[in-house]
Design a protein. Structure first.
Lengths: 395, 395
């Protein structure tokens, strides 16, 4: 039969990043395209032991249907950690376990937006969020990202121009893809504008634990006095990405609505791995484990920056991240991005073009994203050399 | 801040079944309300051994991000089983792993329906599906369910009256909540009508493996000659419900669109448990395991029917299921359902009122659903006695 899809899904295509993955099979390929945590960051031995304990001691609960809100001990442990580590007032906010941070983003949009409504985002922004909004018929509207975070003038103009904006989607800390962190001053200004225009803020903070340089900054949620910030994050970057365990914390009325929406998406998140996360937090030192991941990424990021400083032509600029997984390179206007991406691909080096992350995908970009968490040291050295030489030849 | 939710979510409430669960804490409570598989049906020892093998041999793949379509070996194993066991032409259909059967239902609606579009359902129908449709702004329209399945005249009338019906949602085998199985003749008639009115069929078959009486009937999908049937099912009732692993099989164009929609909901289903399902199918005898579950439910269902035959006043009718998890009781009009439910609740016996499963929830019901997979034999004996005595007193 001829398929006639919903308007919201009709024009949606698989993400460009997925398409890149299909080329990764070639021998010797080096991918700076993924957003995967380093495999050496998974605490395999501990998880294996705890899994055996769960099978031995609590298998019925671990394999049976469970409640949509999440495994109660895990909700409590996450809330306690959000309070201690990120100064979030979890006494007056509810915590929900989601199937990755991705699900929290999608549920927020489902609960808040009618088809045609607007979500204001940093431009560029996380492709998974942009596509979640599009898949529900909402429209991402981008605001320019500056070195210290979203443009405040741009944000106010967007709020004025879009009275049907239902929330701001922001990644204030170690932005994906741009690697930028929003300044304290801008955090305060963003919150004040959200109050003034009475919109919700969705603060996406999957990388907040991965600071390896500079000073900690308060989360937007820690500044929230009127239940206006929905905070979401994940265990993907600190324990395991493949288990799909994330969480959201916010206004109880909003979270209860998200529970109803989650129930009809997947009933609940894999309960065995929710129990595994709780046991890990109870029996092991999560903060110590995170400290080792920070060291690992500090080292990989330094190596990538060292190689870029040494080999990259000065016409190309790049960010110097203080944490997270990504850095962002910008080419001079004279150098066409698409051609570079193709040349690199032929040499087995993969990066993600900036257009992928644009709120309006028809607008060209002269930037691309580099990931340093997944490749090995040897791959970073070899791949960045190839990248720089390829650019040099084109200048 | 004051919350102003999307139109589609505004009036959605937590399911009545969830609310019942909150009362289950009382000592001695007997629940016929759940749809949980029997905990003794989980192959704990085998899963525990296989989980240890995965941690020992393939931990990086089991804990890292994976592809949205699902773990390739599991997709192949599921497809091979669908072909062999249910005569589904998996060579010309794509198989996708989902986070429970629930996600396949929700994705189908997201991909097919604009807000305001109609989904034609049996009435009553599965509350999880009805709420999934509502959460996307689609409207479930019910067609009367007869002893041998959906009313064919009713279905044709609904198709005529609703030109914006985008698909039929059907549970042809061991219907939830009604315990009914659609006859072969009606299966053929339904498929012919779907062709005539050019609509898709979503065939939900979570209980198809659980036949313990009567003759096997072909799935609608096995009759599908033009890619019109999307088939979905789950491992929830045969391995573990808490792991949230289900699957969909259908037209590749449709499934590819569902992949895009799934990617922005949860990226992929918990990969560790996908690997666990695949390993179970490779190293153990799934069909033998299912045979033991069938025996267990045959026994529990027989016991419940025996108790009903012995104690239930003849004014009350009930279905005699040939498989699945539920039977469906109907009261005489003189006996008000709400009052009975409350009286039972006070005695610690919980059943789900039929109104919960109505496409139009404002229409009253004189039926209720009984589950026999979760309660123990002792609970079935004691609970059904209480149920029958309570009804007898009210007649």
């Amino acid at each position: 039969m001829e398929m006639n899809f919903s308007k919201k899904m009709q024009n949606m295509k698989p993400s460009a990043i997925r398409e890149i993955f299909k080329s990764l099979g070639m021998p010797g390929a080096i991918s700076f395209a993924a957003g995967n945590p380093a495999p050496e960051s998974f605490p395999v031995e501990a998880l294996s032991k705890l899994a055996a304990d769960i099978f031995a001691g609590d298998s019925t609960n671990a394999l049976q249907y469970s409640v949509t809100e999440g495994y109660p001990p895990l909700r409590e442990l996450v809330a306690a950690r959000l309070k201690e580590r990120f100064a979030i007032d979890t006494d007056n906010n509810m915590t929900l376990i989601t199937s990755g941070g991705q699900q929290a983003i999608e549920l927020c949009c489902k609960v808040m937006c009618n088809e045609g409504d607007v979500v204001i985002c940093e431009n560029p922004s996380f492709i998974g969020a942009l596509n979640a909004f599009r898949s529900l018929g909402a429209k991402p509207v981008g605001v320019e990202l500056e070195a210290d975070g979203i443009s405040i003038e741009g944000l106010e103009a967007a709020l004025k121009a879009n009275p049907n904006a239902r929330f701001l989607y922001l990644i204030p800390t170690f932005h994906n893809p741009a690697g930028i962190t929003m300044s304290l001053e801008k955090r305060r200004a963003v919150y004040a504008l959200a109050q003034q225009y009475d919109v919700l803020i969705l603060e996406d903070n999957p990388y907040g634990d991965l600071r390896f340089a500079g000073e900690e900054l308060p989360t937007l949620k820690s500044m929230d006095t009127d239940g206006r910030v929905l905070y979401c994050s994940t265990f993907s970057k600190i324990l395991s990405a493949g288990m799909r365990v994330g969480y959201a914390c916010g206004n109880e009325e909003l979270l209860q609505k998200m529970v109803i929406a989650k129930q009809v998406e997947d009933v609940h998140t894999n309960i065995f791995f929710q129990m595994l996360c709780a046991k890990y937090m109870q029996e092991y030192d999560l903060e110590q484990h995170i400290a080792t991941i920070r060291e690992l990424y500090r080292h990989k990021c330094s190596l990538m920056l060292e190689m870029l400083d040494k080999y990259m032509p000065k016409e190309v600029t790049y960010t110097r991240p203080e944490g997270g997984l990504f850095l962002w390179c910008t080419l001079p206007d004279s150098l066409p991005l698409g051609e570079l991406i193709n040349d690199l691909k032929e040499q087995g080096v993969f990066v993600v073009p900036g257009t992928t992350f644009n709120c309006d995908e028809t607008v060209p970009s002269s930037s691309f994203r580099l990931n340093y968490s997944t490749p090995s040291e040897e791959q970073i050295e070899r791949g960045i050399k190839t990248l720089c030489e390829t650019i040099r030849k084109k200048l």
